[in-house]
Ligand binder design. Structure first.
Ligand SMILES: Nc1nc2c(ncn2[C@@H]2O[C@H](COP(=O)(O)OP(=O)(O)OP(=O)(O)O)[C@@H](O)[C@H]2O)c(=O)[nH]1
Ligand SMILES: [Mg+2]
Length: 236
């Protein structure tokens, strides 16, 4: 049984932007999965998560999303596919990176920037559909740290009829800890977790500092997430 099964709210059945996008992506996803071996140390961690688990990898541009998928989760760099679709009225083009890893699908998407307000509906849908969220924050980008938290709180946590479902695990990855001006992971934790704990609510959460150039911290972070999503051995 899913360890958080009694905590996680069911997904809503109404047709959302994300579902429209997902149905248009299905043929592409079948092509991606076909013949793609999943055999990295990190990706093996996710072999035992429930089928069709969606892990949203989200954050401002430049936070390290592509690096995580390409260098640590994908057996080959070309396994990460950029898929685009048009949705909604007025029609907008969206693109996300998609990587199938065994039963889990990692979907990387950029937040922030100057976009029309109705794009936030799509951001909210992405959070709502996710079974886990990896929120990526550039710990060295002091100018945009407020924007990064605002996006998480507004689209990810506090949205009306959107945002993460209750009980869904949140992993905050503080990237670029190797850079001189980077904030420490405990500072990121205070700012992204402790200071907005009411919005975060009851859910497994963790903050890990990573250096995506060397891999420092990555296995620890992904192990935590895989444990948060996997059936516990003592309940089998
Ligand atoms: N020094 C250092 N550089 C990093 C780290 N993580 C990512 N980078 C670099 O930061 C830049 C942006 O990383 P990406 O993985 O492209 O980030 P992204 O979130 O996919 O960015 P967009 O697709 O532009 O939204 C690249 O040049 C990476 O090599 C890190 O931990 N340390
Ligand atoms: Mg990218």
């Amino acid at each position: 049984m899913h360890p958080q099964a009694d905590l996680i709210e069911p997904k809503k059945t109404q047709q959302t932007f994300t579902q429209q996008l997902a149905s248009s992506l299905t043929p592409i996803r079948n092509l991606i999965s076909f013949g793609t071996p999943s055999s990295t140390p990190s990706s093996r961690l996710f072999a035992r998560v429930p089928a069709s688990t969606v892990i949203l990898v989200i954050g401002l541009d430049g936070a390290g999303k592509t690096s995580l998928l390409r260098d640590y989760l994908s057996p080959r760099p070309d396994s990460v596919k950029t898929v685009t679709s048009t949705i909604g009225t007025p029609t907008i083009g969206v693109s996300l990176e998609d990587l199938q890893v065994g039963p889990a699908s990692f979907q990387a998407y950029d937040l922030g920037g100057c976009r029309p307000p109705y794009w936030h509906r799509f951001d909210e849908d992405l959070f709502r559909q996710a079974d886990a969220v990896i929120y990526m924050v550039d710990a060295a980008d002091r100018d945009r740290v407020m924007e990064a938290r605002e996006e998480l709180v507004m689209s990810g946590l506090r949205a009306n009829n959107g945002g993460m479902r209750q009980g869904v695990p949140l992993l905050v990855l503080a990237t670029k800890i190797d850079l001189e001006n980077a904030r420490r992971p405990d500072q990121i934790e205070t700012f992204f977790i402790d200071n907005v704990s009411t919005s975060i609510g009851e859910r497994p959460r963790n903050v890990v500092g990573v250096n995506l150039k060397t891999g420092e911290g990555v296995l620890e972070a992904l192990s935590w997430l895989s444990n948060a999503l996997s059936p516990r051995k003592d309940t089998l």
